[in-house]
Design a protein around this ligand. Structure first.
Ligand code: GDP
Length: 178
């Protein structure tokens, strides 16, 4: 499994749609913990891997997020990588730190993906990238040092991310250089 988390409105559903735009036969299963308003979606890609879409966190439902995500991460079965989505226009926000702290505490390997890069000016994007790189270097243990920059509108970075997901789930055969 790989799991996608991020603030509500960060562009998570758009990115998942973009990632699966070439695979319309993906099977989606929705699970909802009783009493919770938010749900988790499971995108099963045949026998290859499952992408778990976590409820978005934000001011409206921080409790749901913490309880559901914490429960999932603690029981995680075969979770190969977590993708933490951060809005490329506004950069890392206070709420994102809750997710970072949780991932660090549980020792979960994760990757930061910067979304909506088509909406950010180059200057803003560079500032956000540098700030996040500095933050990752100074404050994290489990975060992959390379950021992924994506736009689901322009499809930029989507194929590289697709390949990375295939790679971490063991579905990208490596070719030996001769
Ligand atoms: P979610 O709540 O994280 O699932 O976010 P959505 O995927 O529903 O996106 C929230 C809003 O951002 C919607 O209005 C999308 O159209 C917009 N959005 C998502 N991804 C992009 C992107 O790559 N570029 C731009 N310009 N807008 C985006």
């Amino acid at each position: 499994q790989v799991c996608f988390i991020g603030r509500s409105n960060v562009g998570k559903s758009s990115l998942i749609r973009a990632l699966f735009s070439l695979a319309p036969e993906v099977e989606v299963r929705v699970s909802k913990t009783p009493g919770h308003t938010k749900k988790m979606n499971f995108f099963k890609v045949g026998k290859y891997f499952t992408l778990v879409d976590m409820p978005g966190y934000g001011y409206r439902a921080p409790q749901d997020f913490v309880e559901m995500v914490e429960a999932y991460l603690q029981e995680r079965c075969n979770l190969k990588r977590t993708f933490l989505l951060v809005d490329g226009v506004v950069g890392l926000q206070k709420m994102d730190n809750i997710a970072v702290e949780m991932l660090e505490e549980f020792g979960i390997p994760y990757v930061i993906v910067l979304t909506k890069i088509d909406r950010a000016s180059r200057g803003v994007l560079l500032k956000n990238v540098l700030e996040i790189q500095e933050f990752v270097k100074e404050n994290t243990q489990g975060c992959f040092p390379q950021l992924f920059l994506v736009s689901s509108v322009e499809f930029s970075g989507v194929h590289l991310l697709r390949c990375f997901v295939a790679h971490v789930t063991g579905n990208l055969p490596t070719v030996e250089a001769s």
